[in-house]
Each structure stands twice: as structure tokens, then as C-alpha cells.
Write a protein that binds this ligand. Structure first.
Ligand SMILES: [Zn+2]
Length: 121
């Protein structure tokens, strides 16, 4: 099924983080949207991110919100800012700190890839 987020999800399967950039004003954004958050233009192009980012927020989830994630708990979630600008959420290695440089990695869970950030080397 093709949805607005298909290019992003296809990227996860290929081991790539993708984001949208507005062809009119250059604004970069995640998640997938129909229009630019800044100028409202609808000509959004998908780009591959380098996968490097800075941690902006981090938390440890002790009680998973659903049965699907119970086996992973406790696990770390982060909001990172990609070097290209937009922010997004993902899993992360335990112990990552706000301000730390990380890079995107991926792991399979229940048959689908999850975004997982690890300290940049
Ligand atoms: Zn724009």
C-alpha cells in the first residue's frame, strides 16, 4: 500500500533515513507531510540523510505502551536532530546523552526495521 510515509518506510528497509525538503523554500522536515511546514508549498522532495545527528532529548521507557514492545523494555527513546536539520524520534543505545553525536543504525523487530541511534565513532 502506498501512503504518504512510504518513501520513509522504504528507506528504513534499505537502511537509510529519508526526509522531505521543500522545493520552494528549502525547508527540511520529518515526518512525511503533504505540505511544507514553513511556506505551505506542496512540492516536497525526498532526500537520503547522512544518518548522523545530535541527541536533543532522551528517555528510558520502563513500561512498554503495547505488547509489541514489551520484550524490549527497558529501552531508550531519543529525539535527534539530523545534520540536515529536521528532528525525529527513534530508539537508541542505552546511556546516550543529550548533546551526544549519534548515527543511524537499524534493527529488526517483529518483522520490520526500527530506527536505532548509536554513538558516532
Ligand atoms: Zn517551503
Amino acid at each position: 500500500m502506498t501512503s504518504l510515509a512510504t518513501p520513509f518506510n522504504d528507506g528504513l528497509h534499505a537502511g537509510v533515513v529519508r526526509y522531505q525538503r521543500c522545493a520552494a523554500c528549502g525547508q527540511a522536515q520529518t515526518l512525511a507531510r503533504y505540505a511544507c511546514q514553513r511556506c505551505g508549498h506542496e512540492d516536497l522532495r525526498w532526500h537520503d540523510a547522512a544518518g548522523t545527528a545530535t541527541v536533543r532529548a532522551a528517555t528510558v521507557v520502563a513500561r512498554a505502551p503495547s505488547e509489541d514492545f514489551r520484550a524490549l523494555a527497558p529501552y531508550t527513546l531519543v529525539i535527534v536532530q539530523l545534520d540536515e536539520g529536521p528532528r525525529l524520534m527513534g530508539h537508541a543505545a542505552a546511556g546516550v546523552q543529550i548533546g551526544e553525536r549519534v548515527c543511524a543504525a537499524f534493527f529488526e523487530h517483529l518483522g520490520r526495521p526500527l530506527l536505532h541511534f548509536v554513538p558516532a565513532t
